[in-house]
Structures are given as C-alpha cells and as structure tokens.
Design a protein around this ligand. Structure first.
Ligand code: CTP
Length: 417
C-alpha cells in the first residue's frame, strides 16, 4: 500500500493563488503551473492591479478553475466565502505593500482581500516590492501583525528589481514558493498512515436491464469526506455508485447495487482503521430482476420487493478491533430533537461510533445540494451541530470528529516536522 508522505501534501489540496499588482505577477504563472503539476486544485484570484501586468486568461488556461478578478460581476453571488471556506491553503504571490496593508487592517475591498479575511485555511504571503517599500515601517509593522496572527511570510530575495534597481524585494522563486506551500500543507497531514474506507452515492436495484429502483443521493457528501480524508494523508478506498472522480491516490471501486457494495465493503473492511458508510444504500430491491426488458404490452407488472443486506448493521455486529465505524442517517425529522433522537436510535441499533444525521427535508440540506447541515452524534453521548455550510466544510467537521476518536491516535503534526 502506498502511503503518501509530505511530498504528496499538495496532491488534491485546494489552493487559492492570489496575485496582486506588481511586476513579479508574471512569475505567479510559474507558481500556478508548479502547483498544478504537484496535483493541487488551483483557483487563481487576481487583483485589478495584477490584471495590468498579466492577463487572467493566462491563469485560466493553466489552473483548475477560471481566474476570478471581481467580487461583484462573476457568476457566483459570494465567491470569497466559497473560496475561503473550501481552501486548504491561500498563497499570495506576489503580495504588494497595498495588499499586505489591507490584509493586516482587515479591509476587504476586493475579491482577494475578502477571501483572505473569509478563510480559516493557512495563508502564505510572498511579498515583492522595491527595497525602500520593503523597509518602510508601515510594511514592516503590517508584516509583524500578520506573522503574529499566524500568517506564513516568505521573505523576498535580493536581486534585480523593476526599473533597473537592485536590492532586497524580489519575489522568492516559484520553486521556493511551492516548497513553502508543501511544507505548510505537509504539517497538516494528520492522518498519515490511516486507512479509510468510504462509501458514497445511492445504490440502484434493477427491475430489468433498463429500469431500476434508486434514490436521490448525488454522492457529493461521501466524495467530499473521501477527499478530506485523502487531503489529510489517509489512504482512501472509495466505493462509489457515481462516476465522480475520487481523490488523487485513492483506490476507487465502482458499484451499482447494494449487494455489489456489500461485497466490496466486506473485501476491504478488515484492513481499514475507519469505515464511513455515507452511501444511501437501498433498503429494498425487486425480488426478481427480469432478464429482458419488461414490455408495456404485457400489462402492469407485480413487483415484489425484498430487503437488501444492511451493510452498516453487519459491520457493527462483527466489529474489527480498533476500527471506527461511521454511519449516516438521512431523515425527514422536522426538528433538531427528532433528528437527534433518530440518530441516537440508529447509532445504538447498528452499533456504530458516530452517526452523521441530516434532515433531508430542510432547505439546502442533503441530496443534490452543494450544502448540508448535520449533527454529528457520538456513541460517547456527544453531539456536534454543523450549521448550513458547504459539503466540503461538513466533510471537514466529520473528519475532525473521526480524527479525535481514532485509536491509536494518528500522527501529530509535531512528529512530522
Ligand atoms: N445502510 C447500509 N445498508 C443498508 C441501508 C443503510 O449500510 N441496506 C447504511 C447507510 O449507508 C447509512 C446508514 O445505514 O450509513 C443509515 O441508513 P438509513 O437508510 O438512513 O437508515 P435505515 O437503517 O435504513 O433505517 P430507516 O429506513 O428506518 O431510516
């Protein structure tokens, strides 16, 4: 089994690459390319000043997403919160004196500064400016404020500057910037060596070769959890009914029916430290699937259903020592108390360690949405409310809960440095 090491830290990581308006903006193109080569998902954000030096199209052509340049005129109503919440890392290269000043003062006057203020991800700023500006007390103090708040600063190098000048202030090399980004993310690989099995999507139970009984699950939440586990360094086996891409480096098993999912889960569960059953497994299936298409002319068919295997309950009934079992509960509960009650019953009935419960009748919650609102309920009596947010952020909260309960505890970032 390949276990990713620190060099793998950028693989699958969501990186916002902020570019502000200095002559070194052209070097950010190389940073973008290197981040992409390392397997990161790169979202470029250019300030208005940056677009005077380099075209957004250049970044759009190289990055994972088109370059964004504005808070207001793009297709998304609030791009900065989405970018900020989903990011694993924000890199600003080059960071001008104006950008650093706005960030230090909390002034969110454009998409890049708004994203910086909206994110909880680590931030790496790479200043570039003339030596006189670099040494100006305002810049020195702004950087001291940012450093105190935990912002990583990659100091500029000495060398040739714009206009034929020379001195300290030249943007660090793209290689050094990507190396710094790798080191920051590498120290976040808290699940290195952990083996995770995740299921995602709704199963399809065939009636005949063209029809099936299914459900509305999109697989987005299960995939987001698999992505988050992989991002933190876990080795992921993802069993999915969807054709979505799995996280880089993951082993992806595509299945259709509950029986196929059961077989795949049982084949992998013994060597897993954590099993997350996020799939919406059908509870019933046609007792007999017709071998040929059921013809309308033969009249309305009588369809007899039978129960599918309850995979999660089977796992809970035959526990593997030290393995953490996580189930989901998709309910139409109507109130927090009813949802919590249903989650606790499911947790006890299926002998699992954690249940992630959501009320799929609530607005913006569950199937097909990009957002979700859940309660994470523990067998230890704990419950954590995750208010309506992106499925990526929910995945972060679920993986936090998993990490806190893994036994033995996973590597700490200290051990990795
Ligand atoms: N699950 C499973 N196998 C099944 C049905 C469900 O492994 N045949 C798992 C799901 O992946 C999920 C959990 O069980 O983690 C909850 O499924 P859900 O359908 O919401 O609950 P049920 O146990 O089926 O109970 P109910 O229909 O009463 O809600």
């Amino acid at each position: 089994m390949d276990i990713p090491d620190r060099c793998e830290a950028l693989r699958g990581a969501r990186v916002v690459l902020g570019v502000s308006g200095g002559i070194a903006a052209y070097k950010a193109v190389e940073v973008c390319r290197r981040l992409m080569d390392a397997g990161a998902h790169v979202s470029p954000v250019l300030t208005r000043g940056a677009t005077r030096f380099i075209a957004p199209l250049t970044f759009s052509a190289l990055a994972s997403e088109p370059a964004r340049t504005t808070l207001y005129d793009g297709p998304e109503p609030i791009p900065h919160t989405r970018l900020g919440q989903d990011a694993d890392l924000v890199v600003v290269a080059p960071a001008t004196a104006r950008l650093l000043g706005s960030y230090a003062a909390g002034i969110s006057s454009d998409l890049l500064t708004a994203t910086l203020i909206a994110t909880r991800a680590p931030v790496l700023v790479c200043p570039a400016m003339h030596t006189e500006m670099w040494e100006h007390p305002s810049v020195v103090e702004n950087l001291a404020v940012l450093r105190r708040r935990g912002v990583h600063v990659l100091d500029p190098e000495a060398g040739r500057l714009a206009g034929g000048d020379a001195g300290k202030g030249r943007l660090a090399s793209p290689a050094a910037i990507v190396e710094a980004a790798t080191a920051i993310l590498g120290s976040k690989l808290s699940l290195l060596g952990v083996r995770a099995l995740v299921t995602a999507g709704g199963t399809r139970e065939p009636l005949d070769p063209v029809r099936f009984i299914g459900n509305r699950s999109s697989g987005k939440q299960g995939h987001a959890i698999a992505d988050e586990l992989a991002r933190r360094g876990a080795h992921v086996v993802l069993i999915t009914t969807t054709d979505r891409q799995g996280p880089p480096g993951a082993e992806v098993v595509r299945v259709g029916t509950a029986s196929e999912m059961e077989r795949a889960v049982l084949a992998h569960r013994d060597c897993s430290d954590v099993v997350v059953m996020a799939a919406a497994v059908a509870d019933f299936r046609p007792k007999v699937a017709a071998a040929t298409k059921i013809k309308k002319g033969d009249g309305v068919p009588d369809i007899v259903l039978e129960a599918t295997p309850d995979i999660l309950a089977a796992l809970g009934a035959t526990p593997v020592a030290g393995q953490l079992l996580v189930g989901f509960a998709a309910e139409t509960a109507g109130s927090r108390e009813a949802l919590l009650g249903a989650a606790r019953s499911k947790l006890a009935a299926k002998h699992v360690d954690l249940v992630v419960a959501n009320d799929v009748a609530a607005p913006g919650v569950g199937f097909s949405h990009d957002t979700n609102e859940v309660i994470i309920v523990g067998a230890d009596g704990s419950s954590t409310d995750v208010p309506l947010t992106s499925k990526t952020a929910v995945a972060g909260a679920v993986v936090d809960a998993i990490t806190a309960r893994l036994s033995p505890p996973p590597h700490t970032s200290k051990e990795l440095t």
